[in-house]
Write a protein that binds this ligand. Sequence first.
Ligand code: PEP
Length: 249
Amino acid sequence: MRSPIVAGNWKMNKTVEEAVDFVNQIKDHLPDPSVQETVLAAPTIALVPMVKAAQGSPLKIAAENCYYKDAGAYTGETSPTTLYSANIHHVILGHSERRRLFNENDQMINLKVHAALAAGLCPIVCCDDTMGRRVAGKKVHWVVSRILADLHDLKAADVEKVTIAYEPSWAIGTGESMDPAQAEEGCYLIRQTIADMYGDEIADNVRILYGGSVNTSNINRLMASEDIDGVLAGGASLDPDTFLNLVNH
Ligand code: PEP
């Protein structure tokens, strides 16, 4: 049984003070994490004070990115082991803005996924629906090629620690969400791709979120879909009341 997740991604928004205020406003109104997990991804500088503010509550604080090395001469980057040591146990990787504005490609994201898992983090790997062909034995399958590339060479036991966020780029920040039936189709195809790589049992345990202009009007239909295990919301996560309405939809 996959437990659902409602996750927010603030991107490059909020001061440290605003971030801590937000956590204090929502932390006593969240569902029990055994029923549904709540995750909030925030700018790096706000993470440690947010973790402190969230202590004792079900809220999990996530980084929006990390590097694929643990330490060294990588000015400006954040180490996955440093995140873990600060009680930040989730990290978004491969967000479309990282791919588009900062030239991150699947190879780099794959390295980051490996490094995050090795450090003990749970990666939330974002992907769109770029299709590819995979030949397994005599069979040719249509698959979501980003999943093949981003999860390349992972151990089966690690794949279950990964959450996928299916985010069609045209739906991000545009106010135009994907029709829930189509979103379900995309998430189903991602699950099939994981099944193709790692088998049905593992694919059944991987959580797949939909992201792209999620709001309080579309969340119920999205989350009612069989292969959609939750949402990743950008704009709608910035206001505490709206985020709580998403979480307690
Ligand atoms: C996102 O940042 O991943 C996202 C989906 O943003 P929005 O909800 O604003 O479309």
